[in-house]
Design a protein. Structure first.
Ligand code: GTP
Ligand code: MG
Length: 395
């Protein structure tokens, strides 16, 4: 699963990325700070099962704080996009190709209105313009990729009488488009039956809808700690009722996570409160108190960063988290560690899919799975549930 961060320059993509991953990346107030993409690991937050089972987990990847388990998800931060990027303006949109394999996008919007569409300082910039142009550039990027291959692809598909949805999914699998996406878009658009009869506009609609379907996009209304952002956030929600828009202050989340890492507070990502637990100077105390007042007390989503990541994983992608163990009674792996791993799988995955996810040999030699909660034996077709704990028994 790959989550891609997109947006205009200076909207706060790298700040969001750093807050989520704590990786060292460059952040600055001038446009095009990021040129080469940043890859990193962020975390979706779930209720750990350790309490239910009365044990203390020992995560191999990610971490667990007070029953909150943070499960790794891959994140990518790219260069900013400006209007006309698909025709080569700014840095163009070549770097978007790095995001072909993204399953979901987080569009970081500067909701404070203090930067223009190119990321330069401005006053009262209307952030709804950024949503419109960015969606358009993303769609053009998809369209350009599809248009290049389209004529010969359609000719061949029609000649060989191939199943169209299946053929599109195969041809554009590099964009992580699947048959389900194509079928949904076709039923929505009611385009002429023969794709060779589609005109350019019709192909553009098709490409745009396919982009929206295969890379659903959450809007992070960022910089809500700044003055005008709250009003702009409310306006965006009214202007785009069909979009998921979540208020966010990436900068606050970064400060909170860094303070917690230093042991200055007991902040848990995604929570709305914290206690000061270390030696802080007056300046630090004031900064923390400002964040509490301007962001945490004001928004039910807290700083929004964790809420947005969770929304992407669970609401958009409907992923389920599953814990593998080697011993269903002790909840340990072969080295005796308690609940060391937790993995995300797409909805509808089975016990056999899970076995293959763990290791090809597990899949090939699958005999049965054991549910650690009920100790029931499960067959290969058992459909996984969120927070299942399974032992896979192999030949
Ligand atoms: N007040 C405030 N400032 C923020 C927030 N997030 C980011 N910033 C500031 O916005 C500026 C741009 O942040 P970056 O994270 O570098 O933006 P970017 O989108 O990665 O920019 P490019 O790499 O140039 O595309 C920096 O000065 C950040 O400190 C926020 O939530 N609140
Ligand atoms: Mg950046």
């Amino acid at each position: 699963m790959l989550i891609g961060l997109v947006g205009k320059p200076s909207s706060g993509k790298s700040t969001f990325f750093k807050a989520a991953t704590l990786a060292e990346v460059e952040i600055a107030s001038y446009p095009f700070t990021t040129i080469k993409p940043n890859h990193g690991v962020g975390y979706a937050k779930i209720d750990c099962i350790e309490r239910e089972f009365g044990v203390k987990c020992q995560p191999n990847h990610g971490f667990c704080i007070k029953g909150n388990r943070f499960v790794p998800v891959e994140l990518m931060d790219v260069a900013g996009l400006v209007p006309g990027a698909s025709e080569g303006k700014g840095l163009g949109n070549h770097f978007l190709d790095d995001l072909r394999q993204a399953d979901v996008f987080i569009h970081i919007v500067d909701a404070s209105g203090t930067t223009d569409e190119e990321g330069k300082p401005a006053m009262n910039h209307d952030p709804s313009k950024d949503i419109l142009f960015l969606e358009n550039e993303l769609n053009r990027w998809f369209y350009n990729i599809m248009a290049k291959a389209w004529k010969s692809f359609v000719r061949k598909t029609e000649q060989d009488e191939e199943n169209f949805a299946e053929a599109v999914a195969k041809q554009f699998s590099g964009l992580k488009v699947n048959e389900g996406h194509v079928k949904k878009v076709l039923s929505m658009l009611r385009l002429p039956e023969k794709p060779s009869n589609w005109n350019e506009d019709q192909l553009f609609w098709f490409a745009s809808e396919l982009r929206t379907e295969s890379k659903p996009t959450i809007i992070a209304a960022n910089k809500v700690d700044l003055e005008k952002a709250y009003a702009n956030y409310q306006f965006l929600k009214m202007r785009f009722p069909g979009l998921i828009i979540i208020p966010c202050s990436a900068d606050s989340e970064l400060a909170l996570r860094e303070a917690a890492k230093k042991g200055l507070t007991d902040y848990i990502p995604g929570e709305r409160g914290f206690e000061i637990t270390g030696e802080v100077n007056d300046e630090q105390r004031e900064a923390l108190s400002d964040i509490k007042e301007a962001v945490l007390d004001k928004f039910k989503e807290g700083t929004g960063v964790q809420e947005i990541l969770n929304y992407a994983v669970f609401n958009f992608l409907n992923y389920i988290a599953v814990f593998p163990v080697d011993n269903a009674n002790k909840l340990t792996d072969s080295k005796g560690r308690i609940l060391p791993d937790c993995f995300f799988l797409p909805p509808g995955s089975t016990a056999l899919d899970f076995a293959y996810h763990l290791h090809t040999d597990f899949g090939n030699n699958f005999i049965r799975a054991i549910d650690a909660r009920t100790k029931k034996i499960l067959g290969k077709n058992y459909e996984l549930k969120h927070r299942d704990v399974l032992e896979i028994v192999t030949k």
